[in-house]
Design a protein around this ligand. Structure first.
Ligand SMILES: [Zn+2]
Ligand SMILES: [Zn+2]
Ligand SMILES: [Zn+2]
Ligand SMILES: [Zn+2]
Ligand SMILES: [Zn+2]
Ligand SMILES: [Zn+2]
Length: 375
């Protein structure tokens, strides 16, 4: 006969359960202990031996003998704690998804992001930080940027109302499409939603100086060095980047809706063209998928550029802005093409533009990667 340390009853060896630390208790006491342990919820995985002062962790070994019916939920808590504690694993952020992503291999510490796609719900996310893929901005900058945007949101929202007056005739214009090329119903003025500048200065055909994506501080009274003036300059600088970040974010949402509608559109297009097959109309889906990706990357080129404050990298910044400008220009182009009525759509044109845009997308991401290696 053995004596249980908790209830001091004498029981047979079979009715005792010992921990690896040597402390043993009767099964009755263990059952009660297991109940209480599980009631603690997620922290139950850190429960220690019932013996006061003993730090041996209670594991599934004891739970499975004492209270087998509690084992599944105990295992669940173990898994959750493993994922939460471990930098190399992450829950899929997809709504209702319970998949876990696990990082393989090293060398990810200083990568910009670790993009993965969930095999169950197809959600794309960064394994390092759990946000959507965000290159060229890295995880740390993204966290800072999101924090910044949270703090400035009231100011920014006030400025970014959803309608704007036409820069020529002042009639209110609502933006309801993805592309930033606006046309006023009243006076037919064509302008850029973001800077309100003439659209002709933005076109790919003009070859004119396109500076919509670059922050130009010359508009400020830079000689004024009072704290208030400095704060205003900093806010203006932030808003320059935020406006564009926000516009691409909205356009990304628009493109995602477009993608959902595309399947329906594809059926229409297929029916309207004689002898066409499904693959003949898939170009439209490819174009829209390309748009979603470009908008996402463009969005994060602005959070990236916001943090490019190192004067010694002026050249780097100028080249970056050039890549950004090209990607932006051709994305607007493709955006416009894809919003056309099906009847007006030129397949070859859309296919070509999709390919061109993809090239500019690879270019800017490659440029940032290479730049990191040079540092
Ligand atoms: Zn006992
Ligand atoms: Zn113990
Ligand atoms: Zn998922
Ligand atoms: Zn990340
Ligand atoms: Zn107008
Ligand atoms: Zn503009």
């Amino acid at each position: 006969m053995e004596v249980c340390e908790i209830c001091t009853e004498e029981v047979t060896k079979d009715e005792m359960l010992a921990m690896p630390c040597g402390h043993q208790f009767c099964l009755d006491c263990w059952r009660g202990f297991a109940e209480v342990t599980l009631e603690r919820g997620p922290t139950c995985v850190a429960t220690t031996c019932p013996q006061a002062g003993c730090n041996e962790i209670v594991t599934e070994e004891e739970i499975s003998v004492a209270s087998p019916h509690l084992l599944p939920s105990f295992n669940n808590y173990q898994l959750r704690s493993f994922v939460d504690m471990n930098d190399l694993t992450r829950w899929c952020p997809g709504p209702g998804c319970t998949r876990i992503a696990i990082m393989r291999g090293g060398g990810v510490a200083d990568s910009i992001q670790v993009p993965v796609e969930c095999t169950s719900c197809s959600t794309e996310f960064c394994l390092k930080c759990g946000e959507e893929p965000h290159s060229p901005t890295n995880c740390l900058e993204l966290a800072r940027w999101n924090e910044k945007c949270k703090n400035e949101s009231e100011t920014a929202n006030w400025i970014l109302a959803n309608t704007k007056p036409c820069p020529r005739c002042s009639s209110r214009i609502e933006k309801n499409q993805g592309c930033n090329h606006m046309a006023c119903q009243q006076c037919k003025n064509e302008f850029c939603w973001i800077c309100l500048g003439n659209w002709a200065d933005h076109g790919a055909n003009t070859g004119g100086y396109y500076k919509c994506n670059k922050y130009d501080p010359s508009g400020d009274s830079t000689t004024d060095n009072s704290d208030a003036a400095k704060a205003k300059r900093e806010l203006d600088r932030y808003l320059h980047y935020y406006k564009r970040y926000h516009a691409h974010s909205e356009a990304q949402k628009f493109a995602k809706r477009q993608l959902r509608d595309t399947e329906a559109k594809m059926v229409l297009l297929q029916e309207s063209t004689d002898n066409s097959t499904w693959t003949d109309v898939e170009f439209l889906k490819a174009a829209t998928e390309q748009l979603v990706e470009c908008r996402r990357v463009l969005k994060y080129t602005y959070s990236y550029a916001y943090y490019m404050t190192d004067i010694s990298k002026k050249m780097h910044k100028e080249r970056f802005e050039h890549h950004q400008e090209m990607l932006e220009r051709f994305t607007e182009n493709l955006s416009e093409l894809s919003e056309q009525p099906i009847a007006d759509m030129d397949r070859t044109d859309v296919v070509n533009q999709t390919r061109v845009v993809d090239l500019f997308l690879r270019n800017i991401l490659q440029y940032v990667e290479d730049g990191m290696e040079e540092d």
